[in-house]
Design a protein around this ligand. Structure first.
Ligand code: NDP
Length: 344
């Protein structure tokens, strides 16, 4: 079994030298009486939040400082969302050859212990990779964050950062379908073209070409912002709050600019927050797992009708997981990054 691990904790921007590919003997059958499930990993997710699990924690500390997920220690297999096929099962809920999604690992095979997050998957006629991105946790994050946290009204003005990424592109597409005015920002010219021409955003800009984000947002939102879907934090969050309308909502989905640079000082002006009665709410997709059936049903209808595009950026091979992960922090990806570990 080949798998990826970290060589050391990572407290800044991840580099190739932080990771290694290891190989270990792996038995593809279970001991009698075992309740485990052995899964062959097919499509694995790489996600920005994983960097927060890789930071320096003491070797005895099992949770991260934010308590949300276990700390990842050097040498260990790295747990991650993904899709796989059951090789052997001692759990009556799963049979050999079942397709499953859940918390697998960055490797070729994994063992899911009783209580691990695993569910059977009906691919509904879609490519398997879609169930790691558009119809997976990234899509659910966009769906729950936009509809439940942002509580949109038709015609409202929506701003999305990291708009060509896995979550951001879906937020923009949901917001357009819902009847909002949507502007996205991203880090290259090509991404801006894609947002406007392929994904139907009303407008988009390259934030790396802007020198004063507050005046940029004034240009794109002369009547103010009603909803800011924040994927990046930092200076963009500060500028967006400055431009919010009264009773505006900020859904803080992630703060990727701060994951690798905890010194970032930019912070929203709280006087604005008070007088404009702005709601700023962090959220986790995991709080909305009950929405999964509704989200999959609505999103798959939109996909079939061609009203939502599935944007994927696929890497091949377990050995390329580090490159895929690192590219998230370099802004190289367009849409959901997925690593195809095996075809089936
Ligand atoms: P993306 O596919 O959006 O990839 C990350 C993108 O972020 C990059 O492509 C890059 O695009 C942008 N980026 C990278 N570094 C910076 C930086 N320093 N400043 C500004 N932008 C940067 O990833 P996801 O869609 O998976 O995740 C987006 C956000 O949502 C992350 O913050 C993530 O942690 C969060 N998230 C939260 C979840 C939750 O439950 N709350 C669940 C899933 C994700 P660009 O070209 O725009 O620079």
């Amino acid at each position: 079994n080949r798998y990826i691990t970290i060589k050391n904790n990572i407290d800044g921007v991840p580099q190739h030298s932080d990771f290694e590919l290891k190989a270990a003997d792996f038995v593809l059958s279970l001991q009698p009486g075992s309740k485990d499930v052995i899964v062959k990993n097919l499509y694995m997710s790489v996600d920005p939040y994983q960097i927060n699990r890789m930071k320096s924690y003491s070797s005895t500390q099992t949770t991260t400082s934010f308590g949300y997920a276990n700390a990842i220690h050097p040498g260990e297999a790295i747990e991650a969302y993904g899709l796989g096929k059951v090789v052997a099962s001692g759990n009556p809920d799963f049979q050999k050859d079942d397709l499953v999604v859940g918390f697998l690992s960055w490797g070729e095979y994994c063992v899911i212990k009783p209580g691990g997050m695993l569910s059977k998957l009906d691919p509904l006629g879609f490519p398997l990779s879609n169930h790691v991105g558009t119809l997976g946790i990234a899509g659910l994050t966009a769906y729950a964050g936009f509809f439940k946290v942002c509580k949109p009204k038709k015609g409202e003005k929506v701003f999305v950062s990291a708009a060509s990424g896995a979550v951001g592109n879906m937020v923009g597409q949901y917001a357009k379908l819902f009847g909002c005015y949507v502007v996205g920002c991203a880090g290259t010219k090509e991404k801006v073209v894609l947002l406007k021409e392929k994904l139907g955003f009303d407008d988009a800009f390259n934030y790396k070409e802007e020198t004063d984000l507050k005046s940029t947002l004034e240009r794109y939102f002369p009547d103010g912002i009603d909803i800011y879907f924040d994927n990046v934090g930092g200076e963009m969050q500060e500028a967006a709050v400055d431009r919010m309308n009264i009773f505006g909502r900020v859904a803080v989905c992630g703060v990727i600019s701060q994951y690798t640079d905890e010194k970032i000082q930019a912070t929203p002006n709280m006087v604005d927050v008070v007088y404009k009665r702005i709601t700023i709410q962090g959220f986790l997709a995991g709080d909305y797992l009950n929405l999964f059936p509704e989200f999959v049903s609505r999103t798959s209808d939109h996909l079939r009708a061609g009203k939502i595009q599935s944007l994927e950026d696929i890497y091949d091979g377990v050995e390329n997981i580090p490159s895929a992960f690192i590219s998230l922090f370099q802004g190289k990806n367009v849409g959901k990054i997925i690593v195809r570990v095996a075809k089936d």
